[in-house]
Design a binder for this molecule. Sequence first.
Ligand code: SF4
Length: 445
Amino acid sequence: MPHVAFVPFTGFRVREAELRALGVELPGLHDRAAALARLPALALLTLAGLTPPRWTCSHHELDEVSEVAIEEVLAARPDLVALSALTASVEEAYRASALLRARGARTVLGGLHATACPDEARAHVDAVVVGEGEPVWATLLEDAERGALRPVYRAGAPFDLARAPLPRLDLLGSRARPRFTLQTQRGCPLACEFCGASRLLGPFREKPAPLVARELAAIAARAPRPVIELADDNTFAGARDPGPLLEALAGAGARWFTEADWRLGERPALLRDLAAAGCVQVLVGLESLAGRPAGMGPKAAPLERVLDAARAIQDAGIAVIGCFIAGADGETRASLDRLAAVLREAPLADAQVTLVTPFPGTPLRRRLAREGRLLAERGWSHYTLFDVTFRPDRLGVEELERAFRELLRGGFDEGARAWRARIRRETWARNPSLRRSGRGPCSGS
Ligand code: SF4
């Protein structure tokens, strides 16, 4: 039987020792990075779910790219190794591919980075998947079986999420998982200039609620009353009735986290339903205080209105991780000082600050390339969200780097951390599903 080995490269990357040291001090970032690192990588597990039964599958989460780790993958005697990576981790995927190919394995790479940069990726792997993997996966496997892989596979049409398979959670083995991932939609109806996730893999689509319920049942079979991170970009921005989705989540006894835009805070009935259905935290992009990046559409609004919405979300018992971006066009010392003040004063249960990053495939990158402002010497390993990768329009590169570090130090010192921890506790004390179950927001069942 032919065998395919799945190897994901996902999660946060922090490049510099100084930032790593700061990151350890930043619970919002550190905890989230740790949680993301332990999340099952859904894209490859989903492809495994579409793999015909004549193929056997294995899944390998590498702590690092080393001879030993590659040996572990090769021990499964794969006919094909399927890799996925984000921009910050793509060089690790390329290194892994080189080691695997040197030992005679064939590799295929997919994901956002390969989709945006297929010519670059082709130099490192036997085949590249551009766009979604599902529509081309069966053909790709047939070609691999015949020893006739094509260099590029490109989906002809967006994948119909009504045909989504069950992700192969069984491939995760027996290692305990604090959280599981589940996707209820793909893309986002908005189109922020800096966002790669919203359009690169196709238009905005929503998964039918019965399929979400089926996935929840599979997760609950492994972990009763699970903690779930929805792998969505903006869960409630679409037009669907959220009722069936919330019923499914409540029925599984799940506590869950997701990403949504601040307008959620202006929908009181939905907030009540979310909290009752086990939603304990939302990550909300509060974006830049220096100006409104293009493409935000109805998400662009005065900060006061956005913060009022965040307060309403927390009043319903759902903690908000407010995510700000620094370094957008128009950023000055004064706007960064204002951001520092907002970080000190805004009553958010948690906060994150990252640098605007021109990921491949985004309108932002195309614009900065036209303007000659990309820092060519800073390769993909700098695309961490914590490194300056283009010349700001109103600050120097080093000036922004220094100011960003100061912002992190001031916005996440011990006092700020203790204050946010208290807001989290108070918020969760109001959450009806947590009160009912008597459990913590992240604890196992
Ligand atoms: S709202 Fe969020 S997911 Fe949607 S386009 Fe903007 S940044 Fe991307």
